[in-house]
Design a protein around this ligand. Structure first.
Ligand code: C2E
Ligand code: MG
Ligand code: MG
Ligand code: MG
Length: 285
């Protein structure tokens, strides 16, 4: 009897898991279709230089609007893409579109702008990297206007020659950013070994920076380390004027977040540049 109850308990749980699993499978099939039809989009979120208030970079963020399910978060579909071996093809589309759009910006005269592109560990381990150089060259882009974002955990992932690849990228002139900094179980030495150019402080430390002493400590440690290692620091998820003020006091020169703009379509990104849209930076107190 007891066994049966136990079984029943498990079967309810199984039911939920199964529904979730079926949804994943359905999404996977739709994702395969979207990828093959090149329907995966790329949006651009501006990164602002606090000193000038101007856009200096855009982070490319992938977007998928499924005909049936509507908007699906990249957090969900990137995981599916990784699980089912689609991340290579997805990453190629994103890289190609982002480079194409950067070339468009350069044609309009915005030649200082950089593009920052996310890459997951799986893309490093399973995919041929050569297409990256091909695409950059095909669009005639300077390598130093391209930045690759990897998470801390990717930076720590040993055994699949990420370190080698990153140093190859660096030698070509591509910048490396450590994304979501502060959230991984990082060893400083492993992070530093990647010789990153940029550290992006995770949104979770910015969200409460006004009131949390812990977050303030983390940010100021990152600032100290970055000055010594000559790295740029970007604060992610900046939403308020008060956050900008405190970050700029702490010496953080680059901000990204809804305070200025979410990720937008290329047309809108271009408009921000053309209209010379400037982010209001509160004066120091
Ligand atoms: P991420 O690389 O850390 O990107 C920043 C995320 O924070 C983006 O979410 C962005 O929309 C969001 N964000 C930016 N400013 C704010 C803010 O002020 N407030 C709030 N609440 N959120 C803000 P998104 O676009 O949903 O992307 C989520 C994650 O999915 C990314 O985190 C990245 O890890 C992954 N991702 C997105 N695009 C790609 C891609 O092309 N390739 C890979 N491998 N991963 C990607
Ligand atoms: Mg990122
Ligand atoms: Mg991030
Ligand atoms: Mg993140």
């Amino acid at each position: 009897e007891q066994k049966r109850n136990g079984r029943n308990g498990i079967s309810i749980y199984d039911g939920k898991l199964q529904a979730e699993y079926l949804r994943q499978l359905r999404l996977k099939d739709r994702l395969i279709k979207a990828i093959s039809e090149y329907k995966i989009q790329v949006y651009y979120q501006p990164i602002i230089d606090i000193e000038t208030g101007k856009v200096c970079k855009f982070e490319a963020l992938t977007r998928w609007f499924d005909e049936e399910e509507g908007y699906i978060s990249p957090v969900i579909f990137i995981e599916i893409a990784e699980k089912y071996g689609l991340i290579g093809d997805l990453g190629k589309i994103v890289f190609d579109k982002a480079c194409c759009d950067l070339a468009g910006m350069r044609q309009q005269g915005f030649t200082d702008i950089c593009i920052s592109i996310n890459r997951s560990v799986r893309e490093f381990s399973n995919c041929d990297q050569k297409y990256i150089y091909d695409i950059i060259e095909r669009y005639n882009l300077p390598f130093d206007k391209i930045m690759i974002e990897i998470t801390e955990s990717a930076a720590l992932d040993e055994g699949n020659n990420i370190l080698e690849l990153l140093s190859e990228f660096s030698q070509k002139g591509i910048s490396i950013a450590i994304d979501d900094f502060g959230t991984g179980y990082s060893s400083m030495s492993a992070i530093i070994a990647n010789k990153p150019n940029v550290i992006k402080i995770d949104r979770s430390f910015i969200i409460d920076i006004e009131h949390s002493v812990e977050s303030q400590i983390l940010v100021s440690l990152v600032m100290d380390m970055s000055r010594k290692l000559n790295l740029d620091v970007v604060a992610e998820g900046v939403e308020s004027e008060a956050q900008v003020r405190i970050l700029s006091k702490m010496g953080c020169h680059y901000i990204q977040g809804f305070y200025f703009s979410p990720a937008v379509e290329i047309e809108q990104a271009m408009r921000l540049l053309e209209q010379n849209e400037v982010c209001t930076i509160p004066a120091y107190v």
